[in-house]
Write a protein that binds this ligand. Structure first.
Ligand code: AP5
Ligand code: MG
Length: 214
């Protein structure tokens, strides 16, 4: 059997990106965030970027086909172990991931479970470093120097979809689409849940437990 693949599921702000960034530093895993890939396209002002910008800025989902193409172009699961962060978002994408990408490969889905009420505060205080991929929080994980990445010194930015209003829409979209995705993996016996309300290090310990098992 080829390398094991991980699928991170969870609401906006539940810590998928933070934990994926940590894990890739300790294990030979590749972090594949469809949100990051889409934002990179917007940054390049590519055709694709222009088409998806307003959808993302409003906190709605980009079309399944488009995201699937982007994902396929950026992974080679026969060779590497990936963390799929932000894909799948709905039942259709869960089926597409299986039929078009994983094709029976060994995979483990991990759900970051947390009360949505706790998340708006996390998301509006988020700042990111686009080049290094580091994720900060003005309240819980401030950079050492205000506005600069600890690793690269680059300027930190706020995502355009991290305003309170857009975050609330993203939460609604999440609530409307996640249940069948969780059921899909639960029925396959491939779903584990971590309590995402703890500290970054507590969540990381739970994740290592899952990655180290099997
Ligand atoms: P995407 O980029 O995937 O955003 P998201 O799913 O909304 O998730 P976030 O990145 O907001 O949250 P996260 O779980 O990564 O949290 P983080 O670790 O940063 O998608 C953006 C958009 O792209 C979508 O809305 C859609 O338009 C489009 N898109 C993407 N994928 C798509 C798909 N498959 N299909 C269609 N459209 C798609 O943490 C958040 C904050 O909390 C940070 O400040 C962090 O420092 C802090 N924090 C993290 N952990 C903790 C902790 N334990 N305690 C306290 N604070 C913490
Ligand atoms: Mg993220």
């Amino acid at each position: 059997m080829g390398p094991r693949q991980y699928i991170f599921l969870g609401a906006p702000g539940s810590g998928k990106g933070t934990q994926a960034t940590k894990l890739t530093k300790e294990r030979s895993l590749e972090h594949l965030s469809t949100g990051d890939l889409l934002r990179a396209e917007i940054g390049k002002n590519s055709d694709l970027g222009q088409r998806v910008k307003s959808v993302i800025d409003q906190g709605n989902l980009v079309s399944d086909d488009l995201v699937l193409e982007l994902l396929k172009a950026n992974c080679d699961i026969g060779k590497k172990s990936y963390i799929f962060d932000g894909f799948p978002r709905n039942f259709e994408q869960a089926k597409l991931l299986e039929s078009e990408v994983l094709k029976g490969a060994d995979s483990q889905a991990i759900y970051f479970e947390i009360d949505l009420e706790l998340l708006v505060e996390r998301v509006v205080n988020r700042r990111i470093a686009p080049r290094s991929g580091e994720i900060y929080n003005l309240k819980t994980r401030p950079p050492k120097v205000e506005g600069k990445c600890d690793i690269t010194g680059e300027d930190l930015i706020q995502r355009k979809d991290d305003t309170e209003e857009t975050v609330r829409n993203r939460m609604n979209v999440f609530q409307e689409t996640i249940r069948p995705v969780l059921d899909f993996y639960r029925e396959k016996g491939a779903l584990k849940t971590v309590d995402a309300s703890g500290s970054e290090s507590e969540i990381f310990t739970s994740l290592l437990g899952i990655v180290n098992s099997k």
